[in-house]
Structure formats: C-alpha cells, structure tokens
Design a protein around this ligand. Structure first.
Ligand code: DGP
Length: 151
C-alpha cells in the first residue's frame, strides 16, 4: 500500500520540498518540532534503514548532513538532531523510512521538550496546516533549498 510519503513523492499530496534527486527527496515536516524541521525520504518505499542498500543509506545521511548545514545558514540554527524512528515499535508513524533533521537554536530546551512531547502525543492525528502555516513551511523550504543550491 502506498504511504503518505509515496503520495508526496508522486505529487499526489502537497509538500514544501528542499531537495530532490534520483535516490531521495527532502521536504518540510507538516508538524514541525522546531522551525525548519525537514524529512529526508528515499524514493524506495521500505520501512527501515536495514532494507535499503548501503549506498542508498549512505546517500540519505549525506543529504541529511547537507540539509543541516543549509538550515544553519538559512535559518540561523546552531545544531541539530538527526532522528530516525526505525520501525513501528520505535514510534514510527509513517511506514516509509525517513531521517528527521531537526534544527536547534540554542536556549530552546524547554520549548523543544514541549514540542517533542506534543509531536509524540499527536502523531496519530492527521495534520491539516493553515494557509499561513503552509506559507511559513514553503518560505523555510525555499531558504534551505537556496543554500543547498550554493553548496
Ligand atoms: P515518524 O514518527 O518518524 O514516522 O514521523 C513521521 C513524520 O511525518 C511526522 O513528524 C509528521 C510527518 N508527516 C505526517 N504526515 C505528513 C504529511 O502529509 N506531510 C508532511 N510534510 N509530513 C507529514
């Protein structure tokens, strides 16, 4: 069965893309835990990292790292989490492997803890961002994409 991410990759659902190549895509998380929260997703629709070949796995991490650098330049983040819920029992809600690149801005521990808790508590609830939220995601995506294009 097609995952939400398959539908985004096919263009059947909207998303704010920061990167696309033959192997993977990256787009803004619909429910960001911090401003700029990006997902790196292989075009191959498998659930866990172990189901990918080594070259694809390595490519995903390379793209995730480049996105983190671009987030710092574009959005002023100071550090980031690379976060993988690698299977359902690890809290994965979309059964299509992906790396969260979650920017951190410094002095944001409490805010991030609150947002992570909210994120986990509401994972099962379908999200419908407002027009303004979509515009914010799109603006952040374009800023990150512009930095990636320079690198
Ligand atoms: P995980 O729990 O690791 O499977 O995280 C899945 C993430 O996917 C979660 O942070 C929210 C995000 N997400 C779910 N549905 C959509 C969607 O339709 N569009 C986008 N852009 N992100 C989504």
């Amino acid at each position: 069965m097609a995952t939400i991410f398959d539908k985004i990759i096919r263009g059947d659902l909207p998303a704010s893309f920061v990167w696309q190549d033959d192997i993977c895509v990256a787009f803004m998380d619909i429910s960001p835990t911090s401003p700029g929260h990006t997902l790196v997703v292989p075009r191959q629709s498998v659930v866990t990292l172990a189901e990918l070949d080594a070259a694809t796995r390595a490519h995903l991490w390379e793209v995730a790292n480049r996105i983190a650098v671009a987030q710092q330049k574009a959005l002023g983040s100071k550090a980031q989490h690379f976060w993988v819920n690698d299977g359902r029992a690890a809290g994965q809600s979309v059964p299509h492997v992906h790396i969260h690149v979650l920017p951190r801005y410094g002095r944001d521990q409490l805010q991030t803890m609150g947002r992570v808790t909210w994120h986990l508590l509401t994972l099962a609830i379908p999200k419908k961002p407002s027009k303004k939220q979509r515009e914010t995601l799109e603006a952040q995506a374009q800023a990150i994409a512009a930095e990636l294009a320079k690198s």
